[in-house]
Design a protein around this ligand. Structure first.
Ligand SMILES: *Cc1c(COP(=O)(O)O)cnc(C)c1O
Length: 378
């Protein structure tokens, strides 16, 4: 059925084929201009990002990880402070908390893989300074109760929106809910550079100014340093590429959403993915199903030429690096159970409808043959 067909999980070479002429013109413009760090491309991109995220400010940085790290630093979070965050993210969110010297405090997630607001409320202590929700897969966390907890306890909210560019919740874009929103433009993200890049958004002009200074050695002017910083500038070349791709983002998101809609129509109900709620608009960085016999299903798909991924197979609290934080197996049962059941199906924009149908059919065949129960999530 899928004989001779190979369905890759990502296909950046296909993106290049589609964009080649316009992308090369962008690269030519920057190289010919002779300005490779900073400059008008960066300023223009920052305005375009801010507009996209409906915030006052955006600061272009060299990665999503540095966006999280510099965001926390600008908020003044450091040793002795606790930051509440889920354990099922990419390691970068916890890594940034550890890099500023603060302590990550994990809380469990819900069926939709996002942090459980009730668990967040229960984890607040006298040392808590911030909540870092992660909008996993592109689905925005349940922000109303999270913002309410933050207000009640005087906590900052720093969103890890690395997977959620273009997503909305109650009509508002990702990254615009908390004090700081952090984004990644890693090549595998929906709004992608041809290398590392990321940015923060905020409505607080002072926070933006601090991060602009920290990304450039902490320089306040040409020869004056307020506080020591680092180098975390976005390359001008990447900024120009991203300006071009910001204009294409709606089409990228639409194509991913079309693939998801087809999966939702075709997939056997034993492949669970929480439905998109009426007040949600999900940009779908990933489409993750939860099912029994995940490893066998992954192997069955691979045998049929279909590449899949797992985001993420080992929760952060069970990583060797987290041993000193003192969490053991069983600490976060929902997250741990999901880690053994989640499978990310391909939804990249260069798949055809018949590719998606083939993935659904091959998945369904496995689930039916193995009489997988109609799983509810979590
Ligand atoms: C990709 C990602 C990051 C890190 O972004 P980089 O640009 O690769 O540094 C952080 N958090 C999450 C949830 C991510 O998916």
């Amino acid at each position: 059925m899928t004989a001779n067909r190979r369905i890759p999980y990502v296909d950046l070479a296909a993106q290049y084929r589609e964009e080649r002429a316009e992308l090369l013109a962008v690269v030519e413009r920057v190289l010919a201009g002779g300005s490779y760090i900073g400059g008008t491309e960066i300023e223009a991109l920052e305005q375009e990002f801010a507009k996209l995220c409906e915030t006052r400010e955006a600061v272009a940085l060299n990665s999503g990880t540095d966006a999280l790290f510099l965001g926390l630093r600008a908020l003044g979070i450091g040793p002795g402070d606790e930051v509440i965050t889920p354990p099922n993210s990419f390691v970068a969110s916890t890594g940034a908390i550890v890099q500023v010297g603060a302590t990550p405090v994990f809380v469990d997630v819900q069926a939709d893989q996002n942090v459980d607001p009730a668990k967040v409320a229960a984890a607040v202590t006298k040392r808590t300074r911030a909540i870092m929700p992660v909008h996993l897969t592109g689905r925005i966390c349940d922000m109303d109760p999270i913002l309410e907890i933050a207000r009640r306890h005087g906590l900052a909210v720093i969103e890890d929106a690395a997977q959620a560019i273009g997503s909305r919740y109650h009509g508002k874009p990702s990254g615009s809910f908390g004090e700081i929103g952090c984004f990644s433009c890693h090549p595998l993200k929906n709004l992608n550079a041809c290398g590392d890049a990321g940015f923060v958004v905020t409505n607080d002009a002072k926070l933006a100014q601090t991060i602009r200074s920290l990304r450039n050695h902490g320089l306040a002017g040409r020869d004056s340093v307020d506080q020591f910083g680092l180098v975390s500038r976005m390359d001008t070349l990447q900024a120009a590429i991203l300006r071009y791709r910001v204009s294409r983002l709606p089409s990228i998101v639409e194509r991913r959403r079309k693939h998801v809609a087809l999966y939702r129509k075709l997939l056997h109900p034993a492949a669970f993915n929480p439905p998109e709620l009426p007040d949600e608009f999900i940009a779908y960085h990933t489409f993750v199903i939860q099912t029994d016999r995940r490893d066998e299903l992954k192997a069955h798909l691979a045998a049929n030429g279909i590449e899949t991924a797992i985001h993420y197979p080992v929760p952060i609290h069970l990583q060797p690096a987290a041993a000193r934080l003192g969490y053991g197996r069983g600490a976060f049962p929902v997250c741990e159970r999901q880690a053994g059941r989640i499978l990310t199906l391909p939804i990249h924009p260069w798949l055809s409808e018949s590719d998606v149908a083939a993935v659904a059919q091959t998945t369904n065949q496995f689930l039916a043959d193995n009489r997988c129960p109609l799983a509810q999530g979590a």
